[in-house]
Design a protein around this ligand. Sequence first.
Ligand SMILES: CC(C)(COP(=O)(O)OP(=O)(O)OC[C@H]1O[C@@H](n2cnc3c(N)ncnc32)[C@H](O)[C@@H]1OP(=O)(O)O)[C@@H](O)C(=O)NCCC(=O)NCCS
Length: 179
Amino acid sequence: MDAAIPRGADRAPVWPQGFVGSITHTDRLVAAAVAPSGAYSGLGIDVESWMSDPAAEDVIPQIDFGHELTLLTRALPVSRARAATILFSAKEALYKALAPRAGRFFGFDEAALITVIPGADSSAATGSAELTLELQNDLCPTLPRGLRVGAQVAWDDQGVESLVVTPPEALTEGPVSPS
Ligand SMILES: CC(C)(COP(=O)(O)OP(=O)(O)OC[C@H]1O[C@@H](n2cnc3c(N)ncnc32)[C@H](O)[C@@H]1OP(=O)(O)O)[C@@H](O)C(=O)NCCC(=O)NCCS
């Protein structure tokens, strides 16, 4: 199927009817993911190169609103700057997955990291984890405060990749993990 993917007013890509998707780019790669909306109600991907220590310290007050960074550095064998990059990327993937349905901008303070499950054999150099993010506000009737959404993250020596998908059915409460 050939289709143009224009940019919407909110800068989000406008996928053909019946599809959800997401785009990300860094100086080292460009990636796009698309799926039928019968499979997922939302799909968000994000790739980030590792932040330097000073860049991470600048970003942390804008993305960490409690013990989120501490949760990550305790659970994963990564530095504070890398944990900040992971948190930033997971929240950006969440935004891309939910913003089209929310119909409004929502900030980094509107989702909180509540659990981190490290993947087997994760190290500072490479690894993966399953994060759970909890909405702190109602975004829309089907994305209520308290909703938990899974984010899969994977990292290597270059940076981190994040994926958030939400199931097609109306969401209520409880963890929502990618299958
Ligand atoms: C929109 C945003 C998430 C993009 O992320 P980024 O790391 O800056 O850039 P990436 O390269 O990963 O992604 C860029 C792509 O995001 C997509 N995008 C932009 N706005 C979007 C939106 N509202 N919804 C979904 N996707 C969007 C576009 O496809 C864009 O590609 P393009 O520039 O070629 O058109 C980011 O700029 C932003 O505004 N973040 C603040 C909102 C947020 O993250 N809240 C956290 C909630 S917990």
